[in-house]
Ligand binder design. Structure first.
Ligand SMILES: NC(=O)c1ccc[n+]([C@@H]2O[C@H](COP(=O)([O-])OP(=O)(O)OC[C@H]3O[C@@H](n4cnc5c(N)ncnc54)[C@H](OP(=O)(O)O)[C@@H]3O)[C@@H](O)[C@H]2O)c1
Length: 335
């Protein structure tokens, strides 16, 4: 419907996984832009595990979304009407659009897409926040070096699939952890991982990691946390590094798992470090150019997992926690 903005607001805080029952849909008239603003048509929305954190009671270092607020979400939109310098109707932008189909937003918070660098689909994953998280996390925080063994959890997900491919480009031995035989097969056959472990089929994950990484794990890139983190710590090589990118296995739990083997870090002379991708904002251009160059040369690929319609976004958020996505999950809202 023209001149209508469909919005999804937070209706209730989940205690477990998030889903459609926690959001309410409404339709508002679109708002004409004020000076410095643009009216947009949303094309794609990114679905990220962090969204489950934002709607929890205590989201930590990020601002909490209140009941009744429009759900926060990054995405790509087309400019429909502009009262801002530098943006014209037809331009494509990335920004925090929220779960809404036709937002009017300040232009200052939006980034005009450089389509010379990549397609809008690339901007959703490979050269977007996902790719940048992988790039800075595994290179700067993990400090991977040629010949090392890199273990990646959540390896068939958005960030994980790119981390593993970067590891191969840096001449590492790369082992992925993923749920299910199909995801594991794809990691090895399509993305060039050296090995993949179906953690759901392994009664003893620590033993499986030790078998797949006989020389120990030099860098563990962790998207999962909890018992997965504990199993990987047990396999660290001397001088190993653990990159804490995410902890999706813990996000929806009332009582998180307590990792019990941190004492091993002493003898292994190992290091654990968390990071937030925005710490590297001043170097995003560097990261994007590296990722785009590799992608154009055919050395880096991403799989987008696309679901359709704004109303599918809450279901999509639950999919991440049930392992129902392969690659970067996005909602297609409009062409
Ligand atoms: N630090 C930062 O700046 C930053 C930036 C972006 C993202 N992140 C974090 O990075 C992580 C990955 O994000 P993403 O966007 O790439 O999402 P994603 O990997 O696509 O997330 C979903 C995947 O996580 C796995 N998963 C879900 N529950 C699990 C569990 N209990 N145990 C093991 N695996 C589980 C599932 O794969 P399986 O089928 O294999 O289980 C699922 O497909 C998230 O934790 C996110 O919060 C951090």
């Amino acid at each position: 419907m023209r001149n209508a903005n469909r919005v999804l607001t937070l209706a209730a805080r989940p205690t477990g996984f998030a889903g459609p029952e926690h959001f309410t849909a409404a339709t508002h008239p679109t708002r004409a832009p004020e000076p410095g603003e643009v009216r947009l048509e949303t094309l794609y929305l990114s679905i990220d595990p962090a969204m489950r954190v934002w709607i929890s009671e205590n989201p930590g270092y990020v601002q909490r979304i209140e009941i009744g607020d429009i759900m926060r979400a990054g995405g790509i939109a087309r400019v429909v009407e502009s009262r801002a310098d530098g943006l014209a109707p037809g331009d494509l932008v990335w920004g925090q659009l929220g779960w809404q189909s036709a937002p009017t937003l300040r232009a200052a918070g939006l980034e005009k897409l450089d389509l010379g660098l990549g397609t809008p689909e690339n901007w959703l994953g490979l050269i977007g926040i996902t790719g940048l998280t992988a790039y800075f996390g595994v290179r700067d925080i993990g400090g991977i070096r040629a010949g090392e063994t890199l273990l990646v959890s959540g390896a068939a997900g958005a960030v994980g699939q790119i981390v593993g491919q970067i590891g191969k480009l840096e001449a590492c031995r790369v082992v992925g952890l993923a749920g299910g035989a199909d995801k594991c097969r794809r990691l090895v056959d399509d993305l060039g991982f050296d090995a993949a472990i179906d953690y759901k089929a392994e009664p003893d994950l620590a033993a499986a990691i030790a078998r797949a990484c006989p020389g120990g794990v030099d860098v563990f890139f962790d998207n999962v946390g909890g018992e997965t983190l504990e199993a990987a710590i047990g396999a660290l090589a001397i001088g190993g590094r653990v990159v804490i990118c995410g902890r999706i296995s813990q996000t929806s739990l009332a009582v998180p798992y307590g990792v019990k083997n941190l004492g091993l870090l002493i003898g292994r002379r190992a290091r654990i470090q968390g990071f937030v991708v925005s710490d590297f904002a001043a170097r995003f251009d560097e990261g994007r150019h590296w990722l785009a160059t590799q992608a154009k040369a055919g050395r880096l690929q991403q799989k987008l997992h696309v679901i359709s319609g704004l109303e599918s976004a809450p279901h999509g958020l639950g999919m991440l926690f049930r392992g129902e996505n392969t690659g970067k999950l996005v909602v297609h809202v409009a062409d």
